[in-house]
Design a protein around this ligand. Structure first.
Ligand code: NAD
Length: 361
């Protein structure tokens, strides 16, 4: 049976990097017996330009019917004056919410060839390989009531609500334990249980879920300590699970340990493991259309898709190996070049496809 993959190029560099992903998938189809059907649809600013909405109905239906979704990136300065509900980012948030993609996987992995790109000393970051599992559809970003109100004395007050129901904690914990089982079986849950009641419940539920995973070593850290540990000794972590806002901040910190935003993929999964896969970076309007964007985060997102949604870990490993080989051969886009020769987006995509083909010969 053919896997149905929805392709959402989006805006800015999105279409340029997603072309490279399609090329890679076609190579898997031709040379590795991977059976797939690709279908593209508009999202973000492209959706607004096409039909006046950042998440066109047809795109949502395509994603609902697909086995997995590949997204380039959304956003651009030309859309910033639109009403909030029509902005490109709304398309992405709408898709995550409609498909209940509550589990956001953000790996922070440092390729040994790029160790000098990190702002931390090589001995602290070399070999770094962390997976942050962030709750994506709940917590303070979605909790109600929220707003800005006027008090009796005329002063304004802003307010948001941090709320997690047990089932929301249970499902993200389970997702994180499952991922820990596929890796080194170490899970650190990050909360603020010394101050917040919601964190107290978080910790209790995570411990309960942990009873079903006796092989996984579970630890807990307060978020302030976790932030400190991430820059002090990041290699102590394997998998981290945390709430929406803590995860937002910690995953960006972890990503920056690797120094290269163009290298990091991500996944957002639902309860059944269906997911949307995208680079962690945005649409990079400053370099869009110049064919200098690094496509590797996009290509590594394809590898994550094969591993976490399509049950093809061997193919995923082959892509990871091909990317490593291309870096070994010295191919660099401008963002990771450290002054040497650079290749274009298309040349980098071609190099990975060639490296992949070389693995079957
Ligand atoms: P950005 O990630 O687009 O760019 C930050 C910097 O990193 C820029 O200098 C850019 O040129 C560089 N960069 C990013 N990706 C790169 C790549 N693959 N290769 C080489 N260099 C790369 O972040 P931003 O500038 O803050 O945001 C631009 C737009 O993207 C905004 O509209 C924002 O809302 C949107 N955005 C979208 C997503 C998403 O689609 N998931 C995520 C973040 C930001």
């Amino acid at each position: 049976m053919a896997y149905k993959i929805a392709i959402l190029p989006g805006d800015g560099i999105g279409p340029e990097i997603i072309n490279q992903a399609e090329k890679l998938l076609q190579c898997l189809q031709q040379d590795f017996g991977f059976n797939m059907e690709l279908e593209s649809a508009a999202i973000g600013g492209a959706g607004y330009d096409a039909v006046g909405h950042p998440l066109p109905e047809a795109s949502l239906v395509l994603c609902q019917q697909a086995d997995a979704i590949l997204l380039g990136s959304v956003g651009g300065p030309q859309y910033e004056s639109l009403d909030r509900d029509l902005r490109p980012e709304r398309g992405l948030l709408g898709l995550r919410a409609s498909l209940e993609l509550f589990s956001n996987l953000r790996p922070a992995m440092l390729y040994p060839q790029l160790v000098n790109a990190s702002s931390l000393k090589p001995d602290i970051v070399s070999g770094l390989d962390i997976m942050i599992v962030r709750e994506l559809t709940g917590g303070i970003y979605f909790g109600k009531p929220r707003g800005i109100r006027e008090l009796e004395n005329g002063e304004r007050e802003g307010f948001n609500t941090l709320v997690y129901a047990e089932h929301e904690i249970e499902r993200i914990a389970r997702s994180a334990f499952d991922i820990a089982m596929l890796r080194n079986k170490k899970l650190c849950s990050v909360d603020k249980a010394n101050v917040l009641e919601v964190s107290e419940l978080w910790r209790e539920v995570v411990v309960q879920v942990g009873n079903d995973y006796p092989e996984v070593e579970l630890s807990h850290l307060y978020v302030d300590n976790a932030a400190m540990q991430l820059v002090r000794a990041p290699k102590q972590f394997d998998v981290i699970v945390t709430t929406n806002m803590f995860g937002d901040i910690l995953s960006d910190t972890a990503a920056m340990l690797t120094g290269s935003i163009g290298m990091l993929p991500s996944a957002s999964l639902d309860r059944d493991g269906k997911g949307m896969y995208e680079p962690i970076h945005g649409s990079a309007p400053d370099i869009a259309g110049k064919s200098i964007a690094n496509p590797l985060a996009m290509l590594l997102s394809v590898a994550m898709m094969l591993r976490y949604s399509l049950g093809e870990p061997e193919l995923a490993n082959l892509i990871d190996t091909a990317v490593g080989n291309v870096l070994n051969q010295g191919f660099r886009t401008a963002d990771i070049a450290e002054g040497g020769n650079t290749v274009s987006t298309v040349e980098m995509g071609d190099a990975v496809v060639a490296a992949l083909r070389a693995l079957v010969k």
